[in-house]
Design a protein around this ligand. Sequence first.
Ligand code: AVJ
Length: 365
Amino acid sequence: MPAVPNPPNTPFQNKAPQTPLPPLNHHNGHAAAPPALVALANGRAHRPSPQPEFVQQYREDSGALREQVLAGLRAGQAAISPKFFYDVLGSRLFEAITDLPEYYPTRTEAAIFASAAPAIAARAGSGCVLVDLGAGNCEKAARLFGSLRPAQYVALDISVEFLRATLSSLQQQHPDIPMLGLGADLCAPFDLPANVRRGRRLFFYPGSSIGNFAPVEALALLQRMRGAAGRGDGVLIGVDLHKDEATLVSAYDDALGVTAAFNRNVLRNVNRIVGTDFSLDDWRHVASFDRAASRIQMHLQACRDVRVQWQGGAREFAAGERIHTEDSYKYRPEDFTLLLEAAGFDDPVYWTDPSGWFAVFHARG
Ligand code: AVJ
């Protein structure tokens, strides 16, 4: 396994808290001063602290999710969609993955954003409505606030609940940027509510999340973005690039076994959602590179003959049989450029790192 050089890392930094003046309303025997006076005396205007807005759009109900998982488990080639990775523990395991030395995409993309920020701002224009389609912990977008100066920050996640805490604390750090948390499904047609401001929009889809879609599905997603974008709007998308197999495979099969834990955790989540009785020690993590399709594939492989049961059904797996859990497509820059053009975007450009491992694309609507 070749050594994996680390591109410069730019850790997310919370704004340093300002040293507070001693409060004037400590217990000194006098009645406490009214908050507005205290704020004034402490050198702050008394404004209520701004709060983000939250909107939850249509969400698949638990019955539909259960049926989806069961259909995947009954299929000849059994499969579980990668969206089931991200329960609370799964999201934490993914964050841990992004710190692994083998998992280069997150820090490589961060280095590109850091060095290309002025160029990105010059093309995308400052003062846009920043629509973050892969919000997660909102870190990546927050690092661009300084150069993009967005007129509004809209963070999308499948569940608005995942956004509440993060967006509320981000709002405290950036009181002048109006923020909206939007619970919405990227796989459904884009239907941005009226709370999303008019004006130039920048659709931001970082982290190579687009790699989970097969190229035809990625094209459909880009077309939906294009449909939601008007003249002057743009997209900013992080894309993992094709590279040598050893580097790719080790990024998805790390020495510490965090990716293995992330993959196997999907079975705990499925047990919870569907009431299956998967036993985690029956399954091992497998990551492989499918060169013909230019994708990393993740599977769970049965270590022995296994019978999995649920209310109303069961499935037998022979030792060695696999459940497909994820595809992660790796593009060549020219191919992703073609995809953007096929979706109807104009004037695509990209920035990359010195090794050409990752790319950030910008294109116009
Ligand atoms: C979140 C889809 C970008 O494909 O690299 C990381 C997920 N899976 N390690 C990726 C993932 C295993 C990740 N994406």
